[in-house]
Design a protein around this ligand. Structure first.
Ligand code: SF4
Length: 468
C-alpha cells in the first residue's frame, strides 16, 4: 500500500489544504515500471489525435502548439504516435466487461503521481519524443477524485513546469462539474468516452456507467467551449476553454449494433454536441465473458476502417448518414469504400462533367478529394480541363474514370454499369492501413518510430487521397 501526497492546486474543487491520496498501488515501483504498465494499459484508447490549436512559444515557458504541425503523424484509424499516451492509473473501481483494467482482472497495477507525469512529459518533450500529452485514467476511488487528480496534474504541468504544449485529457463521467470546468481551462482537448453506441449495450457491458452521466459532461464541455469563444471575442486575455474541441470514442463489434446505428449516433454527436471527432475502436478480445465475443474472434479492423471513411464523408464531404445507409441497407460493403459504394448505388447521377459540375457534386465522385475538387473549381475558370490536368491535380483517375467526363468525353470507352465497375474497382486493390488479412491488430509502441510505422500510421497525402 503506497501513499502519495498531492498539494491541492489553487482553485481546487475539493478545498483541502493537502490531499492525502491513498493508493492501492505499491509506491516502490520505479517510474519505468509504471511507464511500462500505464502506457500499455492506455493503448486501447484511440481518441487521442490532436489538432486545431495555435499557441506560440513565449520565450519563457516550455513548448508551443502549431495547429497543423502537432500530431501530424496519426493513423487514419485514429491511433496517434506523437503524444505521450498514458493512464494516470490502471487501478479501477469499475468492472467494465471489455476492459483489461477492470477491477476483477488480476493485472499489474500502477499509479503515477502528478509530478511523475509532469516530469515524464517534460523529459520526453525536451528529447523530441512527443509533442504533447494524452492522459486518461481508471477510476480511483470515485469519478470526482480521479478527475481531481487529472486536474492537479494539468495545473502543475501548466503552472509549475510551465508546459505550453498540447494536452488532451479525459473527462470522467460522473465527476463534479466544477472539476471538469477547471480542467477544461488547462486542457487543449477533452474527451468523454461514449464507450458503446447504445444505452442498452452500455448497461450490459459497463454496469457502473450510465448514458446520462456520459452525455452530461459532454454537454457541459460543449457549452464551455461556446462560452469560452464568446469571452475570447470580447476580451483578448480571456482564458481559452478546450480550444481544440472535444472528442469521444465508441467500441465497435463488442455489441450487435449495425453500422447504420453507429453512424447515426456519430452524426447525432456531431450535430447536437458539436464534437470535433468521433473515434471508432475495433473491439479487441481480452476478457473471456459470455456477454462478449470470443477472444479468439478477430478484431473487426476492416469494419472500423469503413466507419472512419464514412465519418470522413460526414465531416468533409457533406454526406448524411441516411444517404449512405438505411433500415434495409444497415452495414457498409466491406469490399468497397463507402463513397464508391454510394456512387455505385446512384449511377443515375453519373457521369459528372468535370468542367461544369458544382463543387458539392465533384466531392461525391470517387477519386476526387477535397483538395482536388477545390483545384478543379479554380483551374477551370481559366480553361477547359482534360484528364491529364486532372491527374496533375491529384485526382485518382483509376477510380474516377468510371464517373466523369471531360468536355463530354469519358477517359476510355467504358460501361456505366454496377457489376462492371465493381469488378474493376475491386481489381484495383485498395490500400488498407493494416495487414493483408485485414484482421490483425497492431499497437504502435510509444518508442517505435521506425519508417515502417511512420508509413503505416502516417496520414500522408496519399493516405488522404484514398478517401477521395
Ligand atoms: S472505467 Fe471501465 S473502461 Fe475505464 S478503466 Fe475502469 S473498467 Fe476500464
Amino acid at each position: 500500500m503506497g501513499e502519495l501526497l498531492v498539494k491541492s492546486a489553487p482553485g481546487c474543487a475539493i478545498p483541502k489544504k493537502e490531499m492525502n491520496i491513498e493508493l492501492y498501488t505499491t509506491a516502490k515501483k520505479s517510474i519505468m515500471d509504471k511507464l511500462t504498465i500505464l502506457t500499455d494499459a492506455a493503448k486501447y484508447d484511440v481518441a487521442c489525435t490532436s489538432s486545431g490549436v495555435d499557441r506560440k512559444g513565449n520565450g519563457r515557458d516550455m513548448g508551443n502548439c502549431v495547429s497543423a504541425g502537432i500530431c501530424h503523424s496519426f493513423s487514419s484509424d485514429g491511433r496517434c504516435i506523437s503524444l505521450l499516451k498514458i493512464l494516470m492509473s490502471n487501478e479501477c473501481v469499475y468492472d467494465c466487461k471489455y476492459c483489461v483494467n477492470r477491477k476483477s482482472n488480476d493485472v499489474p497495477r500502477a499509479t503515477f503521481t502528478p509530478d511523475e507525469i509532469c516530469e515524464l512529459t517534460m523529459n520526453f518533450y525536451r528529447r523530441n519524443y512527443i509533442e504533447g500529452l494524452f492522459l486518461s485514467s481508471g477510476i480511483i476511488n470515485n469519478p470526482t477524485y480521479t478527475m481531481e487528480l487529472i486536474y492537479q496534474t494539468l495545473y502543475k504541468l501548466r503552472n509549475v513546469y510551465r508546459f505550453r504544449g498540447y494536452v488532451h485529457v479525459k473527462g470522467i463521467p460522473g465527476a463534479d462539474p466544477i472539476v471538469i470546468q477547471q480542467t477544461g481551462y488547462l486542457a487543449d482537448r477533452m474527451s468523454v468516452n461514449l464507450e458503446l453506441p447504445t444505452a442498452q449495450s452500455l448497461e450490459a457491458l459497463a454496469p457502473n456507467k450510465h448514458r446520462s452521466n456520459i452525455l452530461k459532461p459532454m454537454r457541459q464541455i460543449q457549452n464551455g467551449i461556446a462560452q469560452g469563444k464568446q469571452e475570447l471575442a470580447l476580451y483578448k486575455s480571456a482564458p481559452s476553454f478546450v480550444p481544440a474541441g472535444q472528442s469521444t470514442q465508441m467500441i465497435i463489434g463488442a455489441t450487435p449494433e449495425s453500422d447504420y446505428q453507429i453512424m447515426s449516433v456519430a452524426e447525432g454527436l456531431y450535430d447536437k454536441f458539436g464534437l470535433k471527432r468521433v473515434f471508432y475502436s475495433a473491439y479487441v478480445g481480452i476478457n473471456e465473458d459470455k456477454a462478449l465475443p470470443s477472444v479468439r474472434e478477430a478484431s473487426p479492423l476492416l469494419r472500423e476502417h469503413r466507419l472512419y471513411q464514412a465519418d470522413w464523408l460526414l465531416r468533409y464531404y457533406s454526406f448524411r448518414v441516411s444517404e449512405l445507409l438505411n433500415e434495409k441497407h444497415q452495414n457498409f460493403n466491406i469490399l468497397l469504400d463507402p463513397k464508391c459504394d454510394w456512387a455505385l448505388q446512384h449511377l443515375e447521377q453519373f457521369p459528372v462533367e468535370i468542367n461544369r459540375a458544382d463543387y458539392q457534386m465533384l466531392l461525391r465522385v470517387p477519386g476526387i478529394g477535397v483538395k482536388s475538387a477545390q483545384r478543379i473549381c479554380k483551374a477551370r475558370k481559366t480553361g477547359a480541363l482534360n484528364f491529364e490536368s486532372l491527374k496533375k491535380m491529384g485526382v485518382v483517375l483509376k477510380r474516377a474514370l468510371y464517373f466523369i467526363t471531360c468536355s463530354g468525353k469519358m477517359m476510355y470507352n467504358t460501361k456505366i454499369e454496377e457489376n462492371y465497375i465493381t469488378r474493376n474497382l475491386l481489381a484495383e486493390h485498395e490500400k488498407l492501413p493494416f495487414d493483408k488479412d485485414g484482421m490483425t491488430y497492431k499497437q504502435l509502441s510509444l518508442f517505435d518510430d521506425t519508417q515502417e510505422n511512420a508509413g503505416l500510421f502516417g496520414m500522408t497525402e496519399e493516405g488522404k487521397k484514398a478517401y477521395g
